[in-house]
Write a protein that binds this ligand. Structure first.
Ligand SMILES: O=C(O)CCC(=O)C(=O)O
Length: 213
């Protein structure tokens, strides 16, 4: 897998690159089923209904280790991010990257019946390094995530200037369809968001770190 010049330019300019339909449905479906099975077991979902009250009420809103100590890792999560993509990230970063965690992490936000807005809080970076790309984070949509549907938000260009305000033109919602992928320079300021739709937000993320940073 290779990135063309246009894709490289977008990534350099904005810090984010979207790859539509990269992951086959069979992979996203297996991971989604794993999540639904596990959340049903933990009664975060009962009789097909999301038990929104049992999720965190403040950012990141989602199932965290704290909320659901019993969350199990599902082998299907490891199959979602293709090896070729991880390999290609080295070329995009210009550095050798290594997985920052043993397994990808799931990001789930139930429907919240709240009004959506660009958040004032919750904006952060996961690593402090500024001068070189400290890593690339991959986000995979495991199901359809519509506008205002709880997708991760990212401030385009904030890898170059961290103090950019989260305005409507700069904020990118990582929404789309199952199988869509977003790559994010880990200097980019990002935040969780409210899910104002009726569908749960189900994403999976993996962080690949620059071994030299
Ligand atoms: O989408 C979210 O819930 C936030 C994700 C996030 O901040 C992260 O993965 O570092």
């Amino acid at each position: 897998m290779k990135f063309d010049e246009n894709q490289k330019a977008i990534f350099q300019e904005t810090g984010i690159l979207c790859l539509r339909g990269l992951i086959p449905k069979s992979m996203t479906l297996a991971a989604k089923d794993g999540i639904l099975e596990d959340l049903s077991r933990l009664r975060l979902r009962e009789n097909g209904k999301w038990q929104t009250k049992k999720f965190d009420k403040v950012p990141p809103f989602q199932v965290t280790a704290k909320t659901a100590q019993g969350l199990r890792h599902h082998p299907a999560y490891d199959e979602v991010i293709p090896r070729e993509l991880i390999h290609a990230l080295n070329l995009l970063a210009g550095y050798e990257l290594r997985a920052g965690q043993a397994h990808p992490q799931i990001l789930v936000t139930p429907p919240q019946k709240e009004t959506w807005s660009i958040p004032e809080m919750g904006w952060h970076v996961d690593v402090a390094t500024r001068d070189v790309i400290p890593g690339i984070q991959i986000f995979v949509l495991l199901d359809h995530v519509g506008p205002q549907g709880g997708a991760t938000l990212a401030i385009q260009g904030s890898h170059r200037a961290r103090d950019l305000a989260p305005t409507g033109e700069r904020v990118l919602e990582m929404n789309g369809r199952a199988g869509d992928v977003y790559l994010m320079d880990m200097r980019v300021v990002h935040a969780p968001s409210i899910n104002a739709t009726k569908n749960a937000r189900m994403m999976l993320t993996g962080r690949y770190l620059n071994v030299n940073a």
